[in-house]
Design a protein. Structure first.
Lengths: 802, 355
């Protein structure tokens, strides 16, 4: 909402300075977006003084002048005028200025080898007189203290731009703003003086509002103005319209706009001669069409509020008029409309047709239903003043009567909500200034809500009115109490934060990417999940919610590879979506690792990253989070975006149904499709929702401390097994032989090739044996050895390698 | 007796010589070997008369110990010499680079969320969360923003269905609704999380982060709101003084509503919080609207309180001097490395928020 300070002062009598008014606007909740001069071309013309004038070295008739243009700036200007001499006060135009006489734009230019910064102007160039000799001479008595100031009187007004919240339609008019300022003590609201206007005859175009279902119009006021001469608006009106950055069109259009901006009372002017017999306000029928003033053809749905005549639709009520009945310069007779449209109806129609107009913006927020007459009065009066014409009596049709609502307000509520006290009579004064009618009953106020405040309906709204006018500064700052109702984080949240930092501590950079992604990439990772389309995506490559974290990570990994990075470790912890309903999401950690380990290292051999790098990070993270590695179980099943032979899933327990994590190499086909160029690409995912909370609390874990002081022994075995045989199975067989004696099992070599039959491999393991009761003797150990060999051989078909 | 004294003297002198390991061993054998001189002297003990035997044995033991001690010292001396001579050939270039450790990083958004949680934890708030996908009811209607209300235009919403019933939450406020529906007052929570609006330029990104705050009890008023935010802003920016301005504003779910600005100045092109005469809007807040309380079955005549919503990314930008919001979500390795945090820097009350 824009307005000029002088316009505001037509409604507000105030001695406050502009800056005070600006501060006050902010204080009462009318946010000032900007407060600026209307930029004017004439600002570039400044009072200046020639402090030195010398002969131009290359031209007899030119002088080179040093000109004081204020604020200690001296510029060189080349001038041809004979009167350009030392100490002359004159008018200087800076480069970029447009000379009024010929509309030429000044540039910095070389005149016969001397650079001239701007120009000294003559009366005729400034359009002060038709002809003149030499440059303007200003009287020292009047101008000597104005050097550097704009020569032309600053008629460029300051424009305030407010951002009006949707609850305050009344402040979409200058008068509403003035009223708030007055209530806040920044002046006095002037009363509107109505000149008596002469009304001639009746409004003889019949108006009817049909009683359609959900009729969007409840009041339709109108008057005829006959015998007008539409023309260009007078200067004052043009300037008003222009000051807000709008273009004047014709007096009639400008007047309706002016009244709208002044009182927030939208109006519409029809060319009365183009109306076919009568006005019918009704619901549209499906597929009715009309051409609107934006020169677009609209096809209507049923149930939209239209203003029509016998031939069809004239306009969409409260949104936009039609070309058929629009006013032109030759228009003779006008029908002026001042109506009330229901916000809901306006919003629905404009959304469906995708039309945004000034009128729509106002009606959907709620126009004062009691401003029908005031609008007709002000506009018709201006029209007859400017364009002539006779004004008819006002015709007001309505299907609903608006009565001001009333509420009861218990004064104590104010202190209860705001924490501070305002005296009762001050509260009453504020409310009265805002237009409320007040009467008091004990500690209760009976309030009549002004018709221009559709936002006010209950006592809490009154609290807001009083506190914003009184000032938020008055609210005390109460130090917060430290009482706690619940733990800060619940178990799942603790796990989230722990895992996040645990992964980062292993060399991964945490990334935060969109929850949406490119469906083409998502398809590579979505498995059997449903694609979740965004109806109105921000761009076509962010068109679905992500089904996996890998789509975005892979995308950004590629970007970083393209930037020249090679060895990259990234992870993200966040939501993935299973389906489109609230709650159908999982919290997942996705991590990827590319390139090499120990690249270009002077003392370690470099190698590509492989799945055991990510498996290490994954397993270690789970251990750090408190899960027992002894129970972990690895299967070689994993989603299809992993390399089928180089990937696996992790179960917290062998009997669990859901894996808690996957790890592996990314599928080479996907790497190719995404055009990712790297030596190795591996990753893992952890599903936080499947990490059940079966951890023993640290205090219980710690209190259980057992160890054995007896000597431990280590034995090495090498078993020849089928090539596909899993080390995990071997370890399981051995560990279950004697859980009290076998303390740890370590795989230390895998061998295929010479001396091993084809289709077989050798797994070498180291077993630590220790008793908690005694030092084991050689024959005890020998017994265990034999048992290990025989059990493994019988359960797995392995052969001990001799 | 004089025999063994002689042996002693002789060998002590020999052991003072510059010997190698082998010669010391040779001496050891000569003295203590099977037919060593000391061993042999012990064998003579049996043939001595009782009265002499005791004295002789005692002397012999003393001499044995003395010689053994001397031999041990000699061996140690030789070993140290050997090590020292080896060391001369064991010189490394210690200026060669150490083995690499890959330092991981925590994203600034996560760090800031942890800072915020830590600050609010100190005054008894707990953390709640809600789903990213919401229905229209929780995101708007229950928050006193009915259908066809212009306030809905303030949020450019992403929809997941054509009926506009399922959407990506435009703010964290639906967590208020869910929390209050699932519990009984009092409530004292914050709810950080992802939020979405179909808006994209330098200062807006289609996804961003908010933290919601909600404190409902019997007598929580605007003074408590002011106090809470004053405490939070000071703690977060780690300053003792802050210039803060409450400006009346409008949100459908609070009444009265306010926007909060903090004072700042520009020093060398950088924003310095707390001083100066410029204002920066950082959050919206207000007293929870009675309609919202009714919608979640809390009696507004008995309970009241405040709510606020703060842009997390923006707070992070201000605190850590990050200029471009969009960079948060672009996963540029260089950016993450620079603006990311050491995972060991866990914001906490007793160690402080940040280094």
């Amino acid at each position: 909402m824009k307005f000029t300070m002088s316009w505001l002062k037509e409604h507000l009598e105030t001695k406050n300075k502009d800056t005070q008014i600006i501060d006050k606007l902010t204080d009462v909740g009318l946010e000032v977006e900007s407060f600026e001069n209307i930029s004017s071309d004439l600002d570039n013309f400044k009072v200046a003084k020639i402090i030195n004038a010398e002969q131009h070295p290359n031209a007899d008739r030119l002088r080179v002048c040093d000109v004081d243009i204020g604020q200690q700036n001296i510029v060189k200007v080349v001038c041809g005028a004979p009167n350009a001499k030392k100490d002359l006060l004159t008018v200087y135009a800076s480069p970029g200025s447009i000379i009024p006489k010929n509309n030429m734009k000044l540039t910095i230019s070389k005149i016969r080898g001397v650079t001239s910064y701007g120009m000294l102007c003559s009366d005729s160039e400034l359009k002060l007189s038709n002809e003149s000799e030499g440059i303007t001479e200003l009287k020292p008595s009047k101008y000597s203290d104005k050097i550097g100031k704009s020569f032309f009187k600053n008629n460029s007004e300051k424009v305030v731009d407010l951002s009006i919240t949707p609850n305050r339609p009344d402040c979409l008019g200058v008068r509403g703003i003035a009223r708030d300022l007055a209530a806040a003590g920044a002046g006095k609201l002037k009363s509107i003086s109505h000149k008596n206007i002469k009304k001639d005859g009746s409004q003889n175009i019949k108006v009817s509002i049909t009683k359609d279902k959900n009729q969007g119009c409840t009041i339709f006021g109108s008057c005829l103005i006959k015998g007008v001469t539409n023309r260009e608006s007078p200067k004052w009106l043009k300037e008003k319209i222009e000051s807000l950055g709008q273009k004047p069109i014709s007096a009639i259009v400008d007047i309706t706009n002016y009244v709208m901006l002044d009182l927030n009372r939208p109006l519409h002017a029809y060319d009365a001669d183009k109306i076919d017999k009568q006005i019918i306000v009704r619901n549209s029928k499906k597929d009715e069409t009309f051409e609107a003033l934006d020169n677009k053809q609209y096809k209507l749905d049923d149930g939209m509020c239209v203003i029509s005549d016998q031939s069809g639709v004239l306009g969409l009520g409260g949104i936009i008029g039609g070309t058929r009945s629009g006013t032109e310069l030759k228009t003779k007779n006008i029908l002026l409309e001042s109506a009330y449209f229901i916000p809901r109806s306006i919003r629905k129609t404009s959304k469906l047709l995708n039309i945004d107009t000034d009128a729509k913006f106002r009606f959907e927020r709620g126009i004062d239903p009691q401003s029908i007459k005031a609008g007709l009065l002000k506009a018709s009066q201006l029209i007859s003043e400017i364009c002539g014409g006779k004004i008819s009596k006002f015709d007001i049709q309505h299907i609903k009567k608006y009565k001001n609502s009333e509420i009861k307000f218990n004064i104590s509520l104010f202190e209860k909500i705001t924490g501070f006290k305002v005296k009762e009579n001050e509260i009453i004064k504020i409310l009265k200034d805002l237009g409320f009618k007040c009467s008091k009953k004990k500690s209760e106020l009976k309030l009549t809500i002004p018709s221009w405040r559709p936002d006010i309906s209950q006592p809490i709204d009154i609290v807001e009115e009083v506190v914003r006018i009184k000032g938020y500064d008055n609210i005390e700052t109460i130090e917060p109490k430290k009482n706690r109702l619940k733990d800060t984080l619940n178990k799942q949240q603790k796990l989230f934060h722990f895992l996040q930092r645990s992964i980062a501590s292993k060399g991964y950079f945490e990334s935060v990417t969109w929850s949406f992604t490119d469906s083409k990439i998502n398809n590579l990772f979505k498995e059997n999940l449903k694609e979740i389309k965004i109806v109105n995506p921000i761009s076509s490559d962010l068109d679905v919610l992500r089904n996996s974290i890998f789509s975005n990570l892979a995308f950004y990994l590629k970007k970083n590879l393209d930037r020249g990075f090679k060895d990259i470790s990234l992870f993200e912890i966040g939501p993935i979506f299973k389906n489109k309903n609230p709650g159908e999401q999982l919290t997942v950690i996705g991590a990827i690792k590319s390139g090499k380990i120990s690249r270009l290292n002077w003392n370690e051999k470099e190698r590509s990253v492989d799945i055991f790098d990510v498996k290490k990070d994954l397993i270690q993270t789970l251990i750090e989070a408190g899960y027992d590695k002894q129970n972990f179980f690895i299967r070689d099943k994993s989603p299809s975006y992993y390399h089928p032979g180089k990937s696996g899933s992790v179960y917290l327990d062998k009997d669990d149904i859901d894996p808690v994590a996957y790890f592996g190499e990314l599928h080479p086909n996907i790497v190719k499709k995404l055009d990712i160029k790297t030596e190795g690409l591996v990753g893992f995912e952890i599903y936080l929702d499947y990490l059940k909370d079966n951890k023993i609390k640290l205090k219980d874990q710690k209190s259980h401390f057992e160890y054995s002081d007896y000597q431990k022994s280590e034995r090495d075995f090498a078993f020849v097994v089928d090539k596909n045989y899993k080390a995990q199975d071997l370890i399981e067989i051995i560990s279950s032989i004697d859980k009290t004696l076998i303390k740890s099992i370590k795989v230390f070599d895998i061998y295929e090739g010479e001396n091993i039959p084809s289709g077989k491999k050798s797994i070498a393991i180291n077993v630590t044996i220790q008793s908690s009761e005694k030092t084991l003797e050689e024959n005890d150990l020998e017994k265990i050895n034999k048992l290990i060999i025989s059990t493994v051989e019988s359960k797995s078909g392995a052969k001990i390698r001799s | 007796m004089s025999d063994i004294k002689k042996i002693r003297d002789e060998y002590l002198i020999r052991l003072d010589n510059n010997l190698n390991y082998e010669s010391v061993n040779q001496i050891k054998t000569e003295l203590f070997g099977k037919n060593g001189q000391i061993s042999n002297s012990f064998k003579t003990l049996g043939s001595l008369p009782n009265e002499e035997r005791k004295k002789f044995a005692s002397d012999l033991n003393l001499i044995k110990e003395e010689l053994q001690e001397k031999i041990n010292l000699k061996i140690q001396e030789i070993e140290i010499k050997e090590i020292n001579s080896k060391l001369e050939n064991e010189k490394l270039d210690v200026t060669l680079p150490e083995r690499e450790i890959n330092q991981g990083k925590i994203h600034p958004v996560s760090q800031v969320i942890d800072e915020i949680s830590s600050i609010f934890s100190e005054i008894g708030f707990s953390v709640e969360e809600g789903p990213d996908v919401e229905n229209e009811h929780y995101n708007f209607t229950a928050l006193n923003t009915p259908d066809n209300h212009p306030a809905r235009d303030m949020h450019d919403t992403f929809y997941l269905d054509n009926n506009k019933e399922i959407l990506l939450r435009t703010h964290t406020s639906p967590v208020q609704v869910r929390t209050m529906l699932n519990g009984k007052p009092p409530f004292k929570i914050i709810a950080p999380g992802r939020t979405y609006r179909s808006d994209s330029d330098q200062t807006h990104s289609p996804m961003f982060h908010q933290v919601e705050g909600l404190h409902i009890d019997k007598d929580i008023n605007m003074g408590h709101l002011k106090g809470c935010l004053d405490y939070f802003i000071k703690s977060f920016f780690e300053v003792d003084k802050i210039k803060m301005r409450f400006r009346p504003s409008h949100f459908p779910f609070t009444e009265p509503s306010a926007e909060v600005d903090i004072g700042y100045e520009l020093k060398d092109g950088k924003i310095v919080i707390g001083e100066g005469d410029k204002w920066l809007e950082i959050l919206g807040c207000g007293m929870v609207h009675p309609n919202v309380l009714k919608n979640v079955n809390v009696n507004p005549d008995k309970y009241q309180g405040y709510a606020f919503g703060i842009g997390i990314d923006r707070l992070g930008m201000l605190k850590y001097g990050i200029n471009d919001l969009r960079a948060f979500f672009e996963t540029d390795y260089r950016w993450l490395n620079h603006f990311g945090f050491d995972p060991l820097d866990v914001p906490s009350n007793y160690r402080g928020l940040s280094r």
